[in-house]
Design a protein around this ligand. Structure first.
Ligand code: FDM
Ligand code: MG
Length: 212
C-alpha cells in the first residue's frame, strides 16, 4: 500500500506576527518527514526579482506585473509541493495564496479586486489547514520593521481587512475542506503560541487533498 498523503499546513498573517518562528517549531514537532517552505521563495529566478522589488522602493513594476510574479513563484513550486505530499511528506508553509491576494488587493487598484487577484492562483495545491496569526500590538517598536516594501502600519491595516474579506468569502462558498483558524497571539510568548498551534493541528479532522 502506498503512503498516506502528507498534510499541507499553512501559517499566514501580517508582517512580524512570528510566522517564521512558529513554522520552524511546527516543522520540528511534526518530525522528520516534514519540509518547511516559504513564499515568496526568493531562491528562484522569479523569487530574486521579487526580492529586488521588495527591498528596493525605487524598483518600479506595474502592480499587476508584481502580483503575477508572486503567483508565478507559487506555480513554479507547485509540482514539487504536490509530489512531496503524494510521497507522504508533510509541508509547513510560511505564507501562500492568501498573502498573495490580500497584499495585492490592499493596493486598491481599479480592476485588481480580490477576484482578479485570486484568479491566477486557482488550481494550486490547497492547504489542509490554515492558521492565521493575529497580533493586535503595534509594530512601531519591532526591530527591522519598515525596511521592506509594504512594511508600514497604514498599509498593514488594509491588508488585514483584505485577509478577513477573503476568509469570509471562502466561508460563504462553504468549501468545507479548507479550514482557516484565526489564532490570536497578542501578548503571548513564543511557547504559548506554539502550544496553541500544536493543539489546533492535533485536533484537526482528517482532510482530503484538493486544489484552489
Ligand atoms: N507578499 C507575499 C505578497 O505581496 N504577495 C505574495 O504572494 C506573498 C507570498 O511579500 F510583505 C508580501 C508579503 C510581505 C512580503 O514576505 C515578503 P516575507 O514573508 O516578509 O518574506
Ligand atoms: Mg517581511
Amino acid at each position: 500500500m502506498s503512503n498516506p498523503r502528507g498534510k499541507l499546513i499553512l501559517i499566514e498573517g501580517l508582517d512580524r506576527t512570528g510566522k517564521s518562528t512558529q513554522c520552524e517549531i511546527l516543522r520540528q514537532r511534526l518530525g522528520e518527514s516534514t519540509t518547511l517552505m516559504k513564499f515568496p521563495d526568493r531562491t528562484t529566478a522569479i523569487g530574486q526579482q521579487i526580492n529586488n522589488y521588495l527591498i528596493d522602493s525605487s524598483y518600479n513594476l506595474p502592480d499587476q506585473a508584481a502580483h503575477l510574479l508572486f503567483s508565478a513563484n507559487r506555480w513554479e513550486r507547485n509540482d514539487y509541493i504536490r509530489n512531496k505530499l503524494l510521497d507522504g511528506e508533510n509541508i509547513v508553509m510560511d505564507r501562500y495564496v492568501y498573502s498573495g491576494v490580500a497584499y495585492s488587493a490592499a493596493k486598491e487598484i481599479t480592476g485588481m479586486d480580490l477576484e482578479w487577484c485570486y484568479s491566477c492562483d486557482r488550481g494550486l495545491v490547497r492547504p489542509d489547514l490554515t492558521l492565521f496569526l493575529v497580533n493586535n500590538e503595534s509594530n512601531d517598536n519591532r526591530e527591522g520593521f519598515g525596511e521592506e516594501r509594504y512594511e508600514n502600519n497604514s498599509f498593514q491595516e488594509k491588508v488585514r481587512q483584505q485577509f478577513y474579506k477573503l476568509f469570509e468569502k471562502q466561508a460563504s462558498l462553504n468549501e468545507d475542506n479548507n479550514d482557516v483558524v484565526i489564532v490570536n497571539v497578542t501578548g503571548c510568548t513564543i511557547e504559548q503560541v506554539s502550544e496553541k498551534i500544536w493543539t489546533i493541528v492535533q485536533n484537526n479532522k482528517e482532510i482530503s487533498s484538493s486544489t484552489f
